[in-house]
Design a protein around this ligand. Structure first.
Ligand code: SF4
Length: 248
């Protein structure tokens, strides 16, 4: 059970044409293009290389809920070394899965959820290959994933973006905070609503760079506490810059 090599580094053009929420003719938001240009100066190119293993991405993302990536990565590694395949995980006792994934935290909650997800996928698909999602319009693929127990918009977007090369935009705490400060999200937007709002202004070919760039920037510069506005490459285009400077 390991991630396979990336099938491609560019999104399938069909997703641009079929995603109802992102019409083919929609131009890229000028502010987003400038933000990405500036972020590239600091963080370099961020090539999109979907790894092609959606079931692993799904389980890893469930493990990553409410914990740091290092913890969920360790829990995932333990899980795939403890069981020979996903069918064995589905059939295993929840207590055994919880023990194997303890590093991720909340493992007694996540373990039964993982079992339920695997069971539902097997019941519906007869196996664990989620490659068929690539053939669906983006919104249909997202809806299929979000019908699984405990799978919300962020988890679904991670599977679509990182594994399948489909331009869904995961909004984590960094993306949400930085996008709000940059004025791309209304002040009262919820994290779930932010997915649709941002996908409407970020062009499909920009989605991966936007996601990764805002996470990097949120971790290193536009931090939750005391953002480093004086050293920020986005200072000139950020409406929160002056307000944030007063906080430092
Ligand atoms: S100028 Fe300040 S608030 Fe705006 S993106 Fe940069 S660090 Fe964040």
């Amino acid at each position: 059970m390991s991630a396979t090599d990336p099938p491609s580094s560019t999104p399938d053009p069909r997703h641009r044409a079929t995603a109802a929420s992102r019409p083919d003719t929609r131009p890229a938001h000028a502010g987003v293009a400038e933000i990405l240009r500036l972020l590239r100066e600091v963080y370099g190119e961020m090539p999109w290389r979907p790894h092609g293993d959606p079931i692993s991405e799904l389980i890893l993302t469930i493990l990553s809920q409410h914990t740091a990536d290092t913890n969920s990565g360790r829990a995932f590694a333990n899980l795939i070394s403890a069981y020979p395949d996903w069918d064995a995980v589905r059939a295993a006792a929840a207590a055994g899965i919880a023990e194997a994934t303890r590093a991720a935290g909340l493992s007694t909650t996540k373990a039964p959820r993982i079992k339920q997800v695997l069971q539902q996928i097997r019941d519906e698909r007869g196996g664990y290959d989620l490659g068929f999602l690539r053939e669906l319009p983006l919104d249909a693929a997202r809806a299929w994933l979000m019908a699984l127990p405990g799978v919300g918009p962020k988890t679904a977007a991670c599977v679509l973006l990182f594994a399948l090369g489909m331009p869904a935009l995961p909004v984590d705490t960094h993306v949400f905070r930085v996008a709000t400060r940059l004025g791309l999200l209304p002040a009262k937007a919820t994290a779930d609503a932010a997915h649709g709002i941002l996908e409407a202004i970020v062009a499909p070919e920009q989605v991966y760079r936007f996601h990764v760039g805002l996470i990097k920037h949120g971790r290193h510069v536009c931090r939750a506490q005391r953002p480093l506005c004086g050293a920020c490459v986005l200072n000139g285009v950020c409406p929160s810059s002056l307000a944030a400077k007063r906080l430092t």
